[in-house]
Design a protein around this ligand. Structure first.
Ligand code: UT7
Length: 329
């Protein structure tokens, strides 16, 4: 019997309509369009503004888009994995809520927390379910409502992040298409540089934690930047090497969209010209778990069957990794 691989057979995505531009941010904090564009590559990001809306409201339209494209019923889905650091609630999982909202009543689901690398970790997990032969349709979502954990009075982070979601469908393939290899890493020493301090079991929510702004994201940008540049480039180069590939063999690099300068460094290290690199940070900012699938969503019409694609990420934890995919449709 031929080996089963996990092919990506459809991509869906969603970004909210409301745009938060650099010029809007100039009126909110002490920053300017020129600084943001030259230091990060971002011009605007999307924000989910509707009261009472949550990360699941980003994930639902993304999955519905995917189901429509593939022409399948939600009841056919076996499993939903949602990578997110901004779940609707601590529990139940956002995957569960999304499944309920779309009527995927035969699916089991759970959330996966690996910050900006979440989609790669979830994709690798989902692919293993398919490769085992046990499941036939696994939906992997990257979704984050980053605006819900942002302090819009402090310039360090609010200029970077945005809201969005995208999802892929994984199905068994016997012609070798789909996820080929993954190199995933994490190092808890990174916990001091990118985190939300309050609200967990260590510092449950109190009036003090709220007043101290402990429920917002905290990032030591410079330190994270240093680790991200080497982490994302090293792991991508290592993945190529262990698959006997060079930059010439790669059709596309799909990097996590945290900072254009980190993306540039990774592309250089892999020997890839920027024409082969998916970059949409200018329009969406950093949507954490959603950046990589949102790139696939934006570029899906340009992808050709058989294209070798490297997905690469670095994020909070620290977590980082790279995945090699042979495009299957
Ligand atoms: O996705 C998860 C992983 N996260 C990342 O990969 C993000 C990694 N970090 C970064 O992308 C960058 O470090 C930032 C974009 C967050 C910051 O850029 P930077 O080049 O590292 O800036 P910096 O923090 O070193 O600040 C440089 C200067 C400082 O002024 P002085 O001390 O040189 O006078 C800051 O006060 O820029 C100032 N600054 C700003 N100025 C205008 C910092 N933030 C801003 C701002 N607008 N928003």
């Amino acid at each position: 019997m031929s080996k089963i691989t996990a092919a990506i057979t459809a991509v869906g995505g969603f970004v909210p309509e409301t745009r938060l531009t650099n010029f809007d941010l100039e009126k909110m904090v002490d920053t300017n369009d020129e600084w943001i564009r030259t230091r990060t590559g971002i011009s605007e990001r999307r924000i989910l503004r509707e009261p009472g809306s949550a990360t699941s409201d980003l994930g639902v339209p993304a999955v519905l888009d995917l189901l429509k494209k593939r022409g399948i019923d939600p009841l056919e889905i076996d499993c939903v994995i949602c990578a997110t650091v901004t779940p609707d609630m601590f529990f139940p999982s956002t995957a569960n809520i999304i499944s309920h909202k779309i009527g995927a009543n035969n699916a089991f689901g759970y959330d996966l927390s690996a910050a900006c690398s979440g989609f790669l970790f979830a994709l690798t997990t989902g692919a293993s379910y398919i490769e085992s032969g046990r499941y036939k349709k696994v939906v992997v979502i990257g979704a984050d409502k980053m605006s819900s954990i942002m302090d819009y009075t402090e310039r360090n982070n609010c200029i970077i992040f945005g809201d969005g979601a995208a999802a892929v469908l994984l199905e068994p393939n016997t012609e070798g298409y789909g996820v080929q290899d993954s190199l995933l890493k994490s190092d808890g020493a990174g916990k001091d540089y990118l985190y939300i301090k309050g609200g967990g079991s260590l510092r449950p929510a109190t009036v003090e934690t709220v007043l101290a702004k402990e429920h917002y994201i905290h990032q030591e940008g410079k330190t994270v930047f240093k680790y991200a540049v080497t982490g994302m480039a090293d792991v991508s180069a290592e993945l190529l090497e262990r698959n006997n590939l060079t930059g010439d063999d790669v059709a596309w690099l799909v990097p996590h969209q945290a900072n254009l300068r980190i993306i540039d460094a990774t592309a250089k290290r892999m020997g890839l010209p920027m024409e082969k690199v998916m970059v949409n940070i200018g329009r969406y900012g950093n949507t954490t778990a959603a950046t990589i699938p949102l790139c696939l969503w934006d570029w899906q019409d340009q992808l050709k069957k058989g294209d070798k694609i490297v997905l690469a990420a670095f994020g909070g934890g620290f977590t980082w990794g790279a995945t090699l995919v042979k495009w299957g449709f």
